[in-house]
Design a protein around this ligand. Sequence first.
Ligand code: ADP
Length: 263
Amino acid sequence: LLPVGVSVLLIGVTTLSFVFMYRSLAAQRRLSEMKNGFISNITHELKTPVATVNVAIEALRNFNAIEDAARTKEYLDISAIELQRLNLLIDKVLRLSMFEKQTMELQPEEVDMNALIKEVTTGMRLQLEKANARVELQLPAEKIVVQGDRLHLTSVIYNLLDNAVKYSPGQPFIHVDLQKGDGELIFSVRDNGIGIATTYQKKVFEKFFRVPDNDRHNIRGYGLGLSYVAHIVQLHHGSITVHSEERKGSTFTIKLPFAYEQS
Ligand code: ADP
């Protein structure tokens, strides 16, 4: 027989471990439900551009493209836009599967960050015009070069800018800043959008997390972009933080060492 104190302690410890087990099972179930939701949503979204391009090709087949140049151009433009959307969606799915398998490996090279930021914003020109967005770049006169993975860093910059546009309904005004810090670069993207309540600011970097308010603003997404960004920044031994105020806007700041030891 165990003394009463020890028995009570044992019961307490057992109850606690059940509570922890239950919590972690519930969290796992929630993650798996979110994943299933993501897969069915994305499958639906993948089908839409394919169907639209099919319709456009069918239409091009059915009339004389040479005689109706304006209509031909319209259908080709639609197809190009839809294919670009498809490409972004495929990119998201690939990223998710890489995430799952934990096989994300960096391919480091010297990356000129001033040039990369300009490249990404230029590539987003159409998207920015469509959203009526204004982007102000504040880049230092001297080149800032980091040892990093060019492809992933491109996606990191793209994701932050894409969010800044997406979460700034009306007239997005986005300020992009690059500076040289002590042994590291400081890159930030500031917007004048809906902002993020303090309670959610840490959570936005978690996989599949989306601020519940998004529905009210009718902004779609999967809650994967920022967790991907945070993961890439961490692989580069950097850090990411957010400062935000509801209805005023958000600033995401990334600090990256100029070079890092590969682990
Ligand atoms: P997604 O945009 O696909 O939902 P993210 O991982 O990029 O996924 O972002 C997670 C959540 O963080 C978003 O759903 C949104 O609620 C919030 N968020 C991200 N960027 C911003 C921003 N610039 N302004 C306001 N909220 C943001």
